[in-house]
Design a protein around this ligand. Sequence first.
Ligand SMILES: Nc1ncnc2c1ncn2[C@@H]1O[C@H](COP(=O)(O)OP(=O)(O)OP(=O)(O)O)[C@@H](O)[C@H]1O
Ligand SMILES: [Mg+2]
Length: 598
Amino acid sequence: MNIKAFLFPGRKRSEAVDFSAALRVLAPIFRRYRGRLALGLISLLVVDSLQLTIPQLLRHGVDSLAAGRATSTSLLLLAGLLLLAAACIGLFRFLWRFMILGFSRHLERTLRDRIFEHIMVMDRAFFSTWTTGNIMAHASNDLSAVQMACGMGMVAALDAVVMSVAAITLMLFIDVRLTLIALLPMPLLAACTRLLSRHLHQRFDLVQAQFSLLTEFARTTLVSIQMVKAYTLERLQERRFDELGRRYVRSNLKVAVIQGLLFPVATLVGNIGMLLVLYFGGRLVIHSTITLGGFVAFVSYLALLVWPMMAVGWVTNLAQRGLTSLRRIHHLLLQQPLLSDRDVTPATPCEPPACRPRFVFDHLDFTYPGAQQPTLRDICLEIGPGVTGLTGPTGSGKSTLCRLLLRLYPVPEGTLFLDGRDVNTLSIAAVRRLIAYVGQEVVLFSDTVANNIAFGRPDCGPEDIEAAARAAAVHEDIMEFPDGYGTMVGERGVRLSGGQQQRIALARALLADRPVLIIDDGLSAIDVATEQRVLAGIRAHLEGRTVLIVSHRINVLAAADRIVVLEQGTIRSQGSHEQLLAQDDFYRAMMARQRFDA
Ligand SMILES: Nc1ncnc2c1ncn2[C@@H]1O[C@H](COP(=O)(O)OP(=O)(O)OP(=O)(O)O)[C@@H](O)[C@H]1O
Ligand SMILES: [Mg+2]
């Protein structure tokens, strides 16, 4: 797969990502938790200085032993001091870990909330480029990379700088030449860890991409499980899943190879330094250039140096990785919906008037972003109070027209008006708040029937829910479910028939109680007898509202005050049922077919 495309979906090659802008995403979070951060970093410095004093204590003890000055009291005192230092190290190490790792978790949460909040305002165009698996992989792996860089990465960097500068200085005080000899393999150690961890991170990216493919495959298979069964594709899907799983394991094994190499290589190179010190330092002790205590302290400092040197390679990669992930998160946060209130012309968008809204299309042409041909052409249409029926062959643009009313796509200026005002001057959310919508594809949540109906009005009582369900002629069906209104609707409503799902979606829209109701082919799966009950049930509700019903059904259209027939994106005809029967061959033919079917 193309890793670049996976890492930055929707990004053109030419678009550079600004690092400093990406870093600015973190600045407010650092400011917010600065107290906690400061406390953590101070504790870390305390730990470092205590660690650096231990070799000095050892040196003192060994020298006094070698000189025959040591008494059991002085040794006991030394042991007590060592114990105290170790206890303090333990305490402050706990403190810094708690503070800094806690900080990094807060940072992760704040960023995660921001990503979620951002995704909530995105639209259909965004979700067609960013798959769910991709968003999930970014939101989990990239977040944890940033969290690692800002938590352990930051600590390790500071620790490495402080420890190596201090340890090398103290070693220089003991013996300059020996220090230079001891440090000889250190750049090699830093280079080895850097090389290995770079490979490690590249392979991690592959693991992430593979994991995203696997989750996306599982998700799409589960969502379309009915289809998989209908086409008896279970075995094929299993094989594909198994293959993706194998690839995931293979990419993980590549990571394991590097992880397995990292520490042995580091220890080996670190021990070469120790070997050199043993040989050359030992000779210095023999020639009495340095004391035995000085030698012991030197070896302890060298041991303290191994970790910072390893950390140099590890931290630079951690930081790089964190920064790359931050760029990706920033890239995601930079995505804008096609249409938002920023596009509304007056700085403060007007609230559309309530009551009985009237939409007017005035010579509207509409082309989907990126499409070559317009989907709607020269639409002149008024959708005012009362019921407007909309029909036409499949692909003629009915759903598109509904989407424009819902303000899901931008429309040219001066082509769509709500109560005389160009919709481009109105707040998008406010327009949407006027509309209750039943889509062509029913969306039900994994929740109870009652909560599914109450989705648009979570505060309403059970009696309101029941009234809406009665109006949508689904109450009796619900009462037959094992737990009535408390019955759980499975993912995508697998336990309900298509007609039941549609009526529950209709009940949801009725309960939302908004001045405009748009039903996009939302009664298609309901049989003729039930359709009559639904139409009778909702009649009272439609009174005084602006209603648009997309349908191919004779009974539904006949109940409309006015009917519009679309054909290939243009209005073919409009008028009452009787007028159309008299004028429009397509309409007459459609009706005749249904009479015949009935
Ligand atoms: N997001 C999109 N981008 C580009 N073209 C689109 C998009 N959505 C729909 N179209 C195209 O617009 C045309 C009208 O689609 P629309 O969904 O409005 O038809 P419809 O009248 O609702 O059909 P149906 O009766 O099958 O629901 C179709 O040719 C379709 O391919
Ligand atoms: Mg449609």
